[in-house]
Ligand binder design. Sequence first.
Ligand SMILES: [Zn+2]
Length: 393
Amino acid sequence: MIKLSADFIYPVSGPPVKEGVVIVDDSGKILKLDVKSNYNEDEIQVHKGIIVPGFVNTHCHLELSHMKGKVNTGTGLISFITNVVSQRKATESEIQSAIALAEKEMFEQGIVAVGDISNVTDTFNQKAQNNLRYFTFVEFFDFMQNDAALAEFNKYKAVFDQLSLPLGHNKSCVPHAPYSVSTKLFNLLNQVNPELKTTISIHNQETPPENQLFLDKTGGFIDFYNGFGLDLNDFEPDNKPSVHYALKYMNPFHRTLFVHNTLTTDSDIKVAQAWSKDVYWATCPNANLYIENNLPDYQSFINNDAQMTIGTDSLTSNWQLSVLEEMKTIKKYQSFVPFQTLLQWATLNGAKALGFDNELGSIEKGKTCGLNLLYDLNINNEMGPDTKVKRLI
Ligand SMILES: [Zn+2]
């Protein structure tokens, strides 16, 4: 048993506790949240800073870790995807050592669980070590070619079938993005996933050409597809932003995790949240700056009580894998977002989105949420530009 104390403890499920003590057993399970004055100083480990639950990273592509620094910043999503497709190849040992290193970085940055996209099986050995808890989203796409849907489905379904899950992990079959999944493939995915309560992630509204494609079948994706020798003859735009297309073919009884949402408007948020109560919005601000040099309008999400979560995206589109660095970026560019709101996005909301909130996301008796110390705080005893994280449990 160990008793940990700091200037404040933020359980996230309740208000911060000044000079709190959190007592954990040897397996890391929370036994009690109390105050320091009830204990002798010599039985407590006292830290300068604040103690928060372990972070949940709801969007990563661990398998792309070997491409760190290979793709230029600020070129826009279409150029980014073209680069990823053409530069993805590497030796098996390069791929595996980059994956191991990236996971170690996440561990050291206080991340306890990850929603991770897989197109291939490269990360499966690392995930089997159970250093972090993974919800693996095996991602399907057919570039909107209905006639290729079944073959592409079978290809990615074989990847899905090869992933065996350590206790507490989960997996599902997910669509890549509205602009890359045909109606036929959406329907095949609905048939293979359970009918209720799994989590389905989808990239959403990350670049202006995505909405243009669905509004009037114009914009950069037309040339992008033509460049790969594909036509969009089967595709008829329904003159609404891309999220409407996704909603039409996805299952509202699942937890749906929309990822990026850089161009999602107030009315898009309202439409999605009317469609299902289990809608989550993952924001990956550093990746948005890296790829598109743009950020979502967080005020619209806050106004609509949206359940926001935080993702790092991959090392191909980020400088590091750290939920804390994502929180700092939001605070830097849209500083009206309160620290406690960001902390909820980074912990409890992420745990809920992945269905891991029975054990993770908040400092509550019976949970094994992990504990992080945030130190080098700002003058208000909250996260500032110099704040760092140390994993305590
Ligand atoms: Zn992504």
